[in-house]
Each structure stands twice: as C-alpha cells, then as structure tokens.
Design a protein around this ligand. Structure first.
Ligand SMILES: [Cu+2]
Length: 110
C-alpha cells in the first residue's frame, strides 16, 4: 500500500501525554476487532466507513459479548465471531456485558 505523504503543515510534536490505558487511544482504521487475552478489545477504538460490517473475534480463553449501546447483546464464545453492520455515521460505544468494567470500546463510523 502506498504511504500517504505527510504534506500537512503540522508540527511533528507527538504529545506524550501518557494517558494510561486504551480509552483515549486514537481510532484505528479497521473492521476487525480481537477480544484479546485477557479481557481486552484490541484495538478498543476503531474507525470505519458508514455501511461497513465490523467483525469481533474471540481470541481469549473466556466467553465475551458485544453489546452496542441500545442494541441487542451478542454472546461470543472462544474462537467464535460476531459481525455487526454500521450503516449510519456516528460514534458507537459498546461493552462486553460480562466484563463491563474491563471491556469496552468505540466504533467511530464516518
Ligand atoms: Cu468479556
């Protein structure tokens, strides 16, 4: 893939804010999210185009779920997947309802 040239007049000052944790991570452009060992969504914040289908794969040793706020819960066993379509732009928060404190993420639909 061709790398886009950095033509923006943005000073390359990477703010090492050390925000500790994935919650504030910059969105990753992907439609694939791993439920990684242990009790994590990786990457936790993704960005997709409207109309995309996002697939979560359970690579952990425990059953997890994916529940987008206001939508139904999907149980995902070890080695299983769930695919959810995102037709409308917006920011969608989701959780694993079994491990709410540890596992949540966001899908930014553009
Ligand atoms: Cu979980």
């Amino acid at each position: 893939m061709r790398r886009r040239a950095l033509t923006w007049a943005v000073p390359l000052v990477l703010v090492a804010a050390g925000c500790g944790g994935g919650g504030d991570a910059a969105p990753v452009a992907t439609t694939e999210v791993s439920m990684a060992k242990s009790y994590r969504f990786d990457p936790s914040t993704i960005e997709v185009a409207a109309g995309s289908t996002v697939t979560w794969t359970n690579d952990d040793n425990f059953t997890h779920t994916v529940q987008v706020d206001g939508q139904e819960d999907h149980k995902v066993g070890r080695g299983e997947q769930v695919a959810i379509a995102f037709p409308t732009p917006g920011t969608y928060h989701y959780v694993c309802t079994l491990h709410r404190r540890d596992m949540d993420g966001e899908v930014v639909v553009t």
